[in-house]
Design a protein around this ligand. Structure first.
Ligand SMILES: Nc1ncnc2c1ncn2[C@@H]1O[C@H](COP(=O)(O)OP(=O)(O)O)[C@@H](O)[C@H]1O
Ligand SMILES: [Mg+2]
Length: 243
């Protein structure tokens, strides 16, 4: 049965979708079968990042309305056959926990991981998806409002029974002096009250890959950081490698 990984944050625009895509690519590159469920209704994006824009006919909204079979809205990534996407609905609408349960029950045996790319904040979609999270990755950037949002999100998940929560620091400047006003990564870890599982570096190539629907260059630093993150999720000990 698939392990469900929820990717959440308090603040928007911190890199949840980016983490969902490149973590899923890294997991699938190591032969895991991965499904991304995109929940950001009204803000569909991941079809672009996975090079699937021309393929999409049905989406999660069609599954919920029963205007297609579930399998009709599952799209396989062309450059990563182990990676599939259920795209978000183009228009925003309410969903409930039974809608997520339906996906997990029907597709859970066909995948090793279901990665749920959540909208920012603590709305209906977050609430519904939190019920099924085996692991929650809470994404924060090095800025005070994102750190506060991540702490609130972590606490909300814990109050919903999600004990397995980890922090991913996104868009981290490669030079420590550029963290200002944050002093160091410890301040982010302490501020979020979460255990760190990965640090993704700020790099324009990440945005370019997301926007052009291409994978990260295998020689890039972030290709390795996402691979390391995927290995840690599998339970392998990979040192964080910096202080
Ligand atoms: N490590 C990174 N380096 C540079 N740009 C990034 C990085 N991670 C995310 N971005 C950019 O930041 C913006 C927000 O990222 P996104 O993943 O869409 O956030 P969210 O899903 O949390 O709203 C996008 O333009 C994305 O390309
Ligand atoms: Mg997003």
């Amino acid at each position: 049965m698939a392990e469900t990984i929820l990717v959440a944050s308090g603040k928007g625009g911190v890199g949840k979708s980016t983490v969902s895509v490149f973590l899923s690519e890294a997991l699938s590159a190591e032969n895991s079968r991965v499904l991304i469920l995109e929940l950001d209704c009204g803000l569909r994006n991941l079809d672009v990042s996975l090079g699937l824009t021309r393929d999409i006919v049905f989406d999660f909204g069609d599954i919920i309305r029963e205007s297609c079979n579930i399998k009709d809205a599952v799209y396989q990534c062309h450059f990563r056959p182990n990676l599939s996407l259920i795209p978000a609905a183009l228009k925003s609408f309410e969903l409930c926990s039974d809608d997520i349960k339906n996906i997990i029950e029907n597709l859970g045996e066909q995948f090793d991981y279901i990665v749920i790319d959540c909208p920012a904040g603590l709305g209906e979609a977050f609430d519904s998806a939190a019920k099924f999270a085996d692991l929650a990755l809470i994404v924060a950037t090095p800025d005070p409002s994102s750190i506060r949002g991540a702490r609130t999100t972590g606490a909300e998940l814990l109050s919903r029974g999600v004990k397995n929560r980890r922090l991913v620091i996104e868009r981290c400047p490669q030079k420590a002096k550029n963290l200002d006003p944050i002093k160091n990564l410890d301040e982010i870890i302490d501020g979020t009250e979460l255990q760190l599982i990965g640090v993704i570096w700020e790099d324009p190539d990440v945005r370019i890959a997301m926007d052009s629907g291409t994978p990260l260059d295998v020689d890039s630093t972030n290709y390795k950081t996402f691979r390391d993150l995927s290995e840690r999720i599998r339970g392998k000990y990979i040192p964080l490698g910096f202080k």
